[in-house]
Write a protein that binds this ligand. Structure first.
Ligand SMILES: C[S@@+](CC[C@H](N)C(=O)[O-])C[C@H]1O[C@@H](n2cnc3c(N)ncnc32)[C@H](O)[C@@H]1O
Length: 186
């Protein structure tokens, strides 16, 4: 068996984020996608100081927090939106993914929304390699690659089930086969 599961490059148009949102961006390094495409207030969280430093090159105006998304040192009900854009695959353990959704639920205000963009990682190989050609709302293009653990059983069904079990209502599902998006509300 090959050691790495390769997926063809995916073309993804990033969703817009309204300027009146108060956003927590989970796993925001190293590209800071969310804070680069909106004027909204963004609190960007990452567990790695080197990924935060890489992202700060973009001078996006986000407030950066070094921390683990399974235990955010943040008061309850602070944000209107949480983004998990291609960061769930870096939190490979199922229990940890559930704890991240519990923390997001805690720090979101009532009716706050979580936006998930995620690769489908359902392979037998120990590693998973995913490339994306992003189209930003201003039509600029950026190409990125993600190398994460395989064998995560990270599918639209498994993640939807975690999201509903942690107390969210799903309002939109979009299955693009190699990746998916989910929007859910508290
Ligand atoms: C590839 S990036 C995701 C892309 C990013 N959302 C963007 O806007 O470019 C994944 C990030 O998640 C971070 N990460 C992994 N586990 C984490 C955790 N438990 N808490 C917070 N960040 C985490 C990694 O350090 C890495 O920078």
């Amino acid at each position: 068996m090959k050691s790495t599961h390769e997926v063809p490059t995916q073309e993804i148009t990033l969703p817009e984020i309204h300027n009146d949102e108060i956003v927590i961006d989970i796993g925001a390094g190293s590209e800071a996608l969310v804070s680069r495409i909106t004027q909204a207030k963004v609190c960007a969280v990452d567990i790695s100081i080197s990924k935060i430093r890489e992202a700060q090159i973009y001078q996006s105006g986000a407030d950066w927090i070094l921390g683990n998304a399974i235990q955010l040192g943040i008061q309850n009900a602070q944000f209107t939106k949480a983004c998990l854009w291609f960061s769930l695959g870096y939190i490979a353990n199922t229990d940890a993914k559930v704890r991240v959704f519990e923390e997001i639920h805690r720090v979101l205000k009532d009716s706050g929304r979580v936006s998930v963009l995620s690769a489908k990682i359902d392979c037998q190989e120990p590693k998973f390699h995913f490339r994306v050609k992003y189209k930003f709302p201003d039509h600029t293009i950026s190409i990125m690659r993600y190398l994460v653990r395989g064998r995560q059983n990270q599918t639209i069904d498994s993640i939807s089930s975690m999201i509903t079990r942690t107390g969210f209502d799903i309002i939109k599902l979009d299955d693009r086969y190699h990746y998916f998006s989910i929007i859910a509300t508290k």
